[in-house]
Design a protein around this ligand. Structure first.
Ligand code: DX5
Ligand code: ZN
Length: 216
């Protein structure tokens, strides 16, 4: 079954509480939260304070995607703010393994993400420590970019590895996902689709999510 994780980066930030409620009512599985620091990526979004406030507005798991340098400094704060899944980038810290173990020790699901240019081999040593692999299909930093088709073989490589090793790691894709590119990602082995622009520009969010969940 495909899970859908709308990214609130494309929501109306002046009504964020209502927006996450709308995501829940529309049948989404997770709320995808894009955290950017103007350092690891050239954009700044939201931090633990905002997440803490909107957390109480819905009961879906919060899938918090940290696009920040040295994320080990803030894992505790995002955990306290109510993140359920905390994902860090393999490119973002020299203390990766300790950071992944710290997330686990806080009782949270452990996610690891990689940029389009980073090969799957970079995350292989850590696959036994994680619950979620978040494969970027755009360069992180901004919503509304074009899906990078050249990442599809990496999704397939990750799917084969997870299946061959019998791991319980879920594979999520993020960036430029719409119904067409989502289908390609699912066929390559992704089971979770994070998406901002395509979902929030849909007239009927509920119908759109239901449609995407049936992708095969
Ligand atoms: C990219 C973010 C994504 C992005 C998704 O840096 O991690 O979650 O906002 O937005 P769309 O679906 O518009 O590419
Ligand atoms: Zn994201």
């Amino acid at each position: 079954m495909i899970k859908i994780a709308p990214s609130i980066l494309s929501a109306d930030f002046s009504r964020l509480g209502e927006e996450v409620r709308r995501i829940e009512d529309a049948g989404a599985d997770w709320v995808h939260v894009d955290v950017m620091d103007g350092n690891f990526v050239p954009n700044i979004t939201i931090g633990p304070v905002v997440i803490g406030h909107v957390r109480s507005c819905c009961s879906l798991p919060f899938d918090v995607h940290l696009m920040i340098a040295a994320p080990e400094r803030f894992v505790g704060a995002f955990s306290e703010a109510g993140a359920d899944i905390i994902t860090v980038h393999v490119e973002s810290t020299g203390a990766l393994e300790a950071t992944l173990r710290h997330i686990r020790s806080l009782g949270k699901k452990v996610g690891l993400s990689l940029n389009p240019a980073t090969p799957f081999s970079a995350v292989v040593p850590h696959m036994g420590l994680i619950d979620l692999l978040l494969i970027m299909t755009v360069q992180p930093g901004f919503a509304g970019q074009q899906f990078m088709h050249e990442v599809l073989p990496k999704i397939a490589e990750a799917r084969k590895y997870v299946d061959d090793q019998g791991l319980g790691v879920e594979i999520e894709v993020d960036g430029g996902i719409n119904k067409a590119t989502g289908r390609l990602a699912v066929r390559s082995g992704a089971t979770i689709l994070a998406a901002g622009s395509a979902l929030f520009s849909a007239g009927d969010l509920k119908a759109e999510i239901a449609d995407w969940k049936r992708l095969r």
